[in-house]
Design a protein around this ligand. Structure first.
Ligand code: IMP
Ligand code: MG
Length: 174
């Protein structure tokens, strides 16, 4: 295989500290609201699992899936909605939980799709922001880490469905 696991970019303790910080901010902002976490499968599942358990406000969770990458590292510009939410989104305070914002296309499309379901509010929490790769603007209300332009894996993020189980974020080297 021409790819191998490279250096650690963010350690497991660094991730855990930041997740607690994000959860505190979110808990403050969403007290007395109708919080519905929308976890974007599959990459955000590990982040969602830690984030929701660190919240100290009531919330519900649901899951959606968007296609953006196959087994390679090149982006598609028209992400597909492959699994919609099961619960009604109308009137809810939705917080999208994403693993990484890269070009921004997936995020923009996902927000369009979710706004169409008439939520009361819609915000974005992303663990990673590859800011220099952005092609379309998208607001990240809660951002874990801004990272350089590298393909990263671990803590839910994959390459060809591998490496999701790593407790840290590492660079995939070619
Ligand atoms: P975007 O549409 O280009 O912003 O891509 C968003 C999606 O691409 C993310 O939700 C990830 O699933 C995937 N992605 C982008 N960059 C990486 C990466 O470095 N590692 C793993 N997945 C990535
Ligand atoms: Mg994703």
């Amino acid at each position: 295989m021409p790819y191998r696991l490279g250096k650690t970019l963010i350690t497991a303790p660094q991730i855990q500290t930041r997740v607690q910080e994000l959860a505190s901010l979110i808990s403050k902002d969403y007290s007395n609201r109708d919080l519905l976490l929308i976890c974007v499968l599959k990459g955000a599942a590990v982040f969602w699992a830690d984030l929701c358990r660190a919240l100290c406000v009531p919330c519900q969770s649901d899951f959606v899936a968007m296609e953006s990458y196959g087994n390679g590292t090149s982006p598609t510009t028209k992400p597909r909605f492959t699994k919609a939410a099961d619960v009604s989104l109308a009137g809810r305070d939705i917080l999208i939980v994403e693993d990484i914002i890269d070009t921004g296309h997936t995020s923009v499309r996902l927000k369009e799709l979710l706004w169409a379901a008439s939520p009361r509010s819609l915000a974005m929490c992303a663990l990673l922001d590859k800011a220099e790769r952005r092609e379309v603007a998208t607001l990240i209300d809660y951002c874990g880490f801004i990272i350089p332009n590298a393909f990263v894996v671990g803590y839910g993020l994959d390459f060809a469905q591998q490496y999701r189980h790593l407790p840290h974020i590492a660079v995939l080297e070619t």
